[in-house]
Write a protein that binds this ligand. Structure first.
Ligand code: NAD
Length: 363
């Protein structure tokens, strides 16, 4: 496989929180392929069909730890034991609808969990780089036509979005108070950034109330696919797109610790901004089965209708850009769900990473 990061990750000690989840399992596989020593911290996977379980990545990495990020002392213990050099913090309660049902737990996990990880970083000398994963929903959503820029105000209507807005404020505060670039090399040795992706899709996601898993579940149950918000516009991107951004950013932060410790958007190009209905239709077309049903519910809990990210900063300052349009993204998604019952999933993910790198005109 071509190494996009010039052998940077080979032998590096990398701690990934949320490694049992959708994005975390892909990130752990990619890091493992790059030769990193990965330590994963997360809760039990949600189901036997999760990418984490099917790929067997938990057995390949250096340590596969079940622990709750709400337990700050436990986090410090784990960091002390494994001495990571780079931390990717993905663990979260990531669902808008569920956050209306469990708002307190959502805040405890997302906000206090993030603070606990930053405190563990502060207490562990080995950590040089912390990449904290928030979301496009951290911005104060004005349903505007232009994409949100990194310095737009944080906010959030529902408990999930606002908890991630609150995470951003906490990250900014910890950076100013404890990991200030002006004090780098004098009071600390940490470069801390936050990253915001769009609506991430890819193989192995089975989360509730997300469009791709909803489609697959309905198709497998031979039921119509009920689309709750057919007209909602989202910035769709394949999971490998933001992950490539996180990996590139962490390398740059390692090399120039005071130049990149800030917020970054890793969204898709404007052409990949499409409605939920359009994405579901394309998936149905690729799979050759499934029937869409408009199930708009005027009484459903509030969810944003329009959400876009401005990615000019990552393009100009990091040289990162998205490599796949929606059509190619859906090809890879369909490929995973068509094969997951028959194939070696680790091999399938590694092959998709390879395809992504090789097709992506990375030079
Ligand atoms: N999927 C998307 O479209 C998307 C978009 C933008 C941002 N994000 C963010 O990316 C990150 C990963 O999202 P995902 O889609 O992979 O979610 P996921 O639900 O598949 O994975 C969440 C992970 O967090 C872990 N976790 C949850 N609560 C925990 C706790 N209390 N202690 C320890 N671990 C805990 C889970 O075990 C799992 O490993 C989240 O921070 C999410 O907010 C996701």
């Amino acid at each position: 496989m071509i190494d996009l990061f010039q052998n940077f990750y080979s032998g590096k000690k990398v701690l990934v929180t949320g490694h049992t989840g959708f994005k975390g399992s892909w990130l752990s596989i990619w890091l493992h392929e790059l030769g990193a020593e990965v330590v994963g911290v997360g809760l039990e996977p949600y189901s036997e069909k999760d990418n984490f379980v099917l790929s067997g990545i938990g057995k390949k990495i250096k340590a596969d730890i079940r622990a709750d990020i709400r337990d700050g002392e436990k986090m410090k213990e784990i960091f002390k034991q494994y001495k990571p050099e780079i931390v990717f913090h993905l663990a979260a309660q990531p669902l808008v609808r569920l956050s209306y049902e469990i708002p307190v737990e959502t805040y405890q996990t997302n906000v206090m969990g993030t603070i606990n990880i930053m405190e563990a970083i502060r207490a562990t000398e080995s950590v040089k780089v912390g990449v904290m994963i928030t979301t496009d929903k951290c911005y104060d959503n004005k349903e505007q036509m232009r994409g949100y820029k990194e310095d737009d105000p944080f906010g959030g209507y529902d408990p999930y979005s606002s908890s991630k807005g609150a995470c951003e404020i906490a990250i900014q505060s910890w950076r100013r108070s404890f990991f200030n670039p002006e004090d780098y090399g004098k009071k600390h040795h940490v470069s801390l950034a936050s990253v915001r992706a769009g609506n991430v899709i890819g193989g192995g996601d089975w989360a509730k109330d997300r469009i791709i898993p909803d489609c697959i579940r309905a198709i497998e149950a031979e039921k119509p696919i009920e689309i709750r918000s057919p007209k909602a516009v989202r910035p769709w991107e394949h999971v490998l797109e933001p992950l490539s951004g996180y990996l590139l950013l962490a390398r740059k932060m390692w090399e120039c610790p005071t130049d990149y410790c800030e917020g970054w958007n890793f969204g898709p190009e404007a052409e990949s901004i499409a409605t939920v209905w359009e994405v579901a239709s394309q998936l149905v077309q690729r799979l050759g089965k499934g029937e869409l049903k408009d199930a708009s519910d005027p009484h459903a809990p509030h969810e944003a209708n329009l959400l876009m990210l401005d990615i000019a900063k990552a393009k100009t300052r990091l040289g990162w850009k998205p490599r796949m349009d929606v059509s190619r993204t859906i090809d890879l998604v369909a490929d995973w769900y068509q094969r997951y019952r028959q194939e070696d999933i680790y091999g399938l993910c590694a092959r998709q990473i390879e395809q992504y790198v090789e097709e992506g005109l990375w030079k």
